[in-house]
Design a protein around this ligand. Sequence first.
Ligand code: HPA
Length: 233
Amino acid sequence: MATPHIESKKEDIAKIVLMPGDPLRAKFIAETFLEDYKLVNSVRNILAYTGNYKGKRVTIFSSGMGNPSMGIYSYELFHEYDVEEIIRVGSCGAFREDLGLYEVLLVENSYSVSNYLLELTGEEDKILPGDSTLNQRLEEAANQLGIQYHKGNVFCTDVFYNQVDIPQLREQYNCYATEMETFALFSNARKLHKKASAILTVSDNLITKEVTTSEEREKSFNKMIEIALESIK
Ligand code: HPA
């Protein structure tokens, strides 16, 4: 059963999916953490792999960048492939000085001015929560692994080169960081009665202007992946 964007057979997609933005990260995760994995999608180079992590079946499916791309893939995974849970594993730009490079942020809510939900369902909500059951499991996994994390909201933007009021987003909406995919993911989960959450690594700090190199980013990324994989039930 294929869709316009996904060539996978239905049985080749697990019920639980981790979604990094970058296709090469999906490959890296499969090669580094999974056993008996196989490539299950390469349409448009949106690479996806299904394999086992400690005996649990999981699919790593790249989302591409931004709400429209995440919106397409997560919708089709939920709706056409009967996926039950999606955890976004991505990067974010920090809005707070005390959220350092490589630190991990568990997303409580996604705030956005995007019209994604409005166009999807007609609802006007601009703040959508991550699934509380998944977040609880992610917290338990982080605690068991002894990995520190922050918990807060993100500002999900459609415009990477934007000129938003960061202090206002921080104060009014408790936004710890910005990224570009959670709002579409959480909107699809709401519409389709599925579970979605997000755990992010800080790749740049918009206050201190620090940035990571791509090599450093890859290494720090592993902590977040371990949390997500260990949270799978
Ligand atoms: N803006 C938007 N998305 C991001 C950023 C950013 O600075 N860093 C990582 N994802």
